[in-house]
Design a binder for this molecule. Structure first.
Ligand code: G
Ligand code: G
Ligand code: MN
Ligand code: NA
Length: 254
């Protein structure tokens, strides 16, 4: 409860910020980034998101924090708009199930899009399979409302949750993100290799983009490419970076 109160205060006093992890294509060209939230606590230092996101979800504060993250991401996209190279980058934001299911989520996000003057097509919302605990028609309808503006949707941590193929069929998704737990052992574990290969062809045949997360070695990258994966994210390319470092890495090129 103490940490929860610290979070509420910290959001007002500027202790939270975003970092950006590059996403790359087959040529190693950066096509966008995932925005990840960080919290610099005045006494405890950097608190792990695994810790504070969990507390935020249990306390309901995730709705406020999640909206703040979306606002910051829109400001960032706004700043990239005038530059020809940056204006083509996409920015992905994690949306927690609780945030997505709240009745205010769609209207608040619509209002934010309207006021932030960004190209909505640059914004990608990452949902996890935990949202599927609710009625699929309702989920699809919310997604459609935002998709009508151009917003894209990714299914994050794919393969770790309750995904049924029925959801993949009925939700208007644009991309699957293969969870890093499958990518990690793709070379050593033939079972994971088979699963990853199947996920890539499944996504492909459903007309979805497929991005592999947690790519750390050239061998993993080679395997993924050989199975038809075209989008990648992971320490092999870059860790999550400050916006300045992210932009500097673009200038250096791949
Ligand atoms: O950034 P890192 O890899 O440490 O993130 C750990 C976890 O926290 C991941 O599951 C990531 O999705 C989650 N996370 C990071 N930033 C956000 C955010 O802004 N919103 C939500 N809902 N989750 C986030
Ligand atoms: O759940 P989500 O996929 O949003 O979380 C992304 C998390 O994965 C972030 O905490 C990020 O720091 C972490 N991450 C990103 N790339 C790698 C990687 O190559 N290896 C590992 N172990 N973690 C990574
Ligand atoms: Mn994510
Ligand atoms: Na993930």
């Amino acid at each position: 409860a103490a940490l929860e109160q610290d979070m509420r205060t910290g959001l007002d006093t500027g202790e939270f910020y975003l970092v950006y992890q590059p996403q790359v294509d087959l040529h190693g060209q950066v096509i966008g980034a995932e925005a990840l939230c960080r919290w610099q606590h005045p006494q405890k230092g950097l608190v792990s998101p695994a810790v504070f996101i969990d507390i935020a979800e249990k306390s309901g504060f995730i709705r406020q924090l999640g909206h703040w993250v979306l606002e910051q991401a829109c400001k960032t996209l706004r700043g990239w708009r005038a530059d020809a190279r940056l204006s083509r980058l996409s920015l992905a934001v994690n949306v927690s199930a609780q945030q997505f299911h709240h009745p205010d989520f769609v209207p608040q996000t619509l209002a934010l899009m309207a006021s932030s003057a960004i190209d909505a097509e640059r914004l990608e919302l990452e949902l996890t399979e935990s949202i599927f605990a609710q009625d699929v028609e309702q989920i699809a309808e919310k997604m459609q409302t935002l998709k009508a503006l151009g917003v894209c949707f990714s299914l994050d941590d794919f393969g770790t949750g309750y995904s049924s193929l029925n959801y993949l069929k009925r939700l208007p998704l644009d991309q699957l993100k293969i969870d890093q737990s499958f990518v990690r052992d793709v070379i050593a574990d033939s079972f994971d290799a088979s699963i990853v290969a199947a996920m890539i062809s499944l996504g492909e045949s459903l007309g979805l983009k497929v991005l592999a997360e947690g790519v750390e070695t050239p061998e993993q990258l080679e395997f993924l490419r050989s199975r038809g994966c075209r989008l990648f994210q992971g320490y092999l390319f870059a860790k999550p970076l400050s916006e300045a470092d992210f932009l500097a890495s673009l200038r250096q090129g791949p």
